[in-house]
Design a protein around this ligand. Structure first.
Ligand code: BG6
Length: 509
């Protein structure tokens, strides 16, 4: 992860502890949505903040026939949608933008891409370091990775190549078998150190802060365990629906879309033991230990651990919205879940018996991502005779969205002559008194990829362990003779299926 210190805040390459080496970022799938919505804006912001190497090229590739100028025009108009584009900034940035059309399954097309990349580097006399960013449908990851390999573009240090990296977006497969298969294909041409599996949640500032908060303070870690913590809730609620991604979502559903990746990463960061060093390997190894300790679900009593839901029509922010089955591209009798809540146990010394409630869904009341650490109640209330009331247990909220903050709730005396308790909160807003540029998650993953730092990326073992946990559940749900029975419908704009209510707890198991 790029380390920012105050002393290096001003000046070129100020976001990293190392100099960024020249590289060419080859975006495969450059005519798609991800490129215009996320990648190019992130690269442009990095450029404006001196977060790209002094010399760089961005080469867009896709099947569409475009000239480099047409590609630039397309990018320029999509950037203009969100900002006032300063003409001279755009001129200087766009001088490094190029376009080359390719056929994804045609090796000669990739060989000519290799020639094109070589000629760019020759012209600017820059080393041939390359990042291949796969912004394409997962169904063609294997084919494209193979083509890159066959065109000799994956080999490092040969034929004039410098380093070569491949960036893969989730989903990494759709179950354990396909994830392993994809990985084997990638490894035919790329070494593990060349493969960057993105999870943009890991690059969110406040998600990264979980480790700092836990391990750079001595007061929380001693109570971060089964003796003091009653339960942990991890929530990623969204108000958006499936948007324009029905084709993908109908195949994925919420378990593949949010749980196999983002939710499991949040779980690992909350539950992991302290790594010996803040470096990619020790950090990722500790997460792997958490994944290994996740207790498999008992498939015979799935309902005691898992609730699935699907949104119907409803009202969000005063506007009527349609139900999932009415969305364009969704089957009218779809049984794909858009909501899930699960209770997970981690079978290790630290967490034995502590439930982790993971919840994520689309078209809920609002967008909110947070982790709540619910501490145990006081073991004995000396106030019970005077107050005759239950004392609310402490809780700590690690807010990720919309409020990037940390909140600790505790009890104090309410001022006055009568003895009364009140819950108060201590709040820390993440950006308060902060210095330095705040980076978007995509900006950070791009910098780390240029640096070759894999800390914020998935390790294949983690991917497989999470699939090993989820695949039997998915299979059980998908093979079930009446899948609709497992689905609780909920109104868009609600808090999820009625069964959840405000204080739903799964049966004790
Ligand atoms: C993506 C999912 O990975 O994460 C989307 O595919 C989801 O369905 C998104 O909406 C949520 O990300 P964020 O950063 O908006 O919380």
């Amino acid at each position: 992860m790029a380390i920012v210190t105050e002393s290096n805040i001003a000046g070129k390459n100020c976001f990293t502890e190392k100099n960024l080496e020249h590289c060419t970022i080859v975006i495969i799938g450059a005519s798609g949505d991800l490129t215009s919505r996320k990648l190019v804006p992130a690269l442009f912001n990095l450029y404006l903040n001196n977060g790209l190497p002094d010399a760089f090229h961005i080469v867009g590739c896709s099947r569409t026939e475009l000239s480099s100028q047409e590609f630039k025009n397309k990018i320029q108009s999509s950037l203009k949608k969100d900002r006032d584009l300063n003409f001279s900034d755009w001129q200087s940035f766009s001088a490094s933008l190029f376009y080359k059309s390719i056929n994804y399954d045609d090796v000669s097309s990739f060989i000519s891409l290799a020639e094109y990349l070589k000629s760019l580097d020759k012209k600017s006399n820059t080393p041939a370091n390359r990042i291949f960013y796969l912004a394409i449908p997962p169904s063609i990851y294997k084919t494209v990775a193979k083509m890159i390999g066959q065109a000799g573009l994956a080999e490092e240090g040969k034929n004039g190549n410098g380093w070569s990296r491949i960036v893969v977006e989730k989903p990494f497969g759709r179950d354990l078998e396909s994830a392993t298969d994809l990985d084997q294909s990638l490894h035919e041409d790329f070494k593990e150190s060349q493969i960057f599996r993105i999870d943009h949640y890991l690059a969110k500032e406040t998600v990264q802060n979980i480790l700092m908060f836990r391990f750079a303070n001595s007061i929380f870690e001693p109570i971060w365990n089964r003796r003091y913590i009653d339960n942990v809730s991890i929530t990623a609620a969204e108000s958006v629906g499936v948007e324009h991604r029905a084709g993908y979502y109908e195949q994925a559903g919420v378990l593949r879309d949010m749980f196999q990746n983002h939710m499991m990463q949040l779980l690992a960061l909350t539950a992991m033991d302290p790594p010996s060093l803040f470096q990619a390997k020790p950090v990722r190894d500790e997460k792997i230990r958490v994944f290994r300790a996740v207790r498999p679900f008992s498939l015979s009593s799935l309902k005691d651990f898992l609730i699935l839901g699907q949104y119907g029509a409803g009202v969000i922010d005063g506007k009527e919205v349609i139900g999932y089955r009415e969305e364009s591209g969704v089957s009218p009798d779809s049984v794909i879940p858009t909501f899930a809540m699960m209770k997970i146990f981690i079978d290790n010394w630290r967490w034995q018996g502590v439930p982790f409630y993971l919840m994520s869904g689309k078209r809920l009341t609002g967008k909110m991502t947070q982790i709540v650490i619910q501490f145990k109640e006081v073991p004995h209330s000396m106030f019970r005779k005077v107050l005759g009331e239950h004392i609310t247990a402490n809780h700590l909220i690690l807010g990720i969205y919309p409020d990037e903050r940390i909140t600790l709730t505790f009890q104090t005396k309410n001022p006055g002559t009568k003895v009364c308790l009140r819950s108060v909160t201590m709040d820390f807003f993440y950006h308060q008194n902060s210095q330095g540029q705040i980076f978007d998650a995509y900006e950070k993953v791009l910098i780390d990829c240029i640096l070759g730092d894999q800390m914020l990326f998935w390790q294949q073992e983690g991917v497989e362990l999470c699939w090993s946990f989820l695949t039997p559940i998915l299979k059980e749900c998908e093979d079930c003779s009446d899948r609709s029975k497992l689905l609780h419908l909920y109104d868009a704009g609600s808090r999820g299926p009625d069964i959840i209510g405000s204080s739903y707890r799964f049966p004790d198991k």
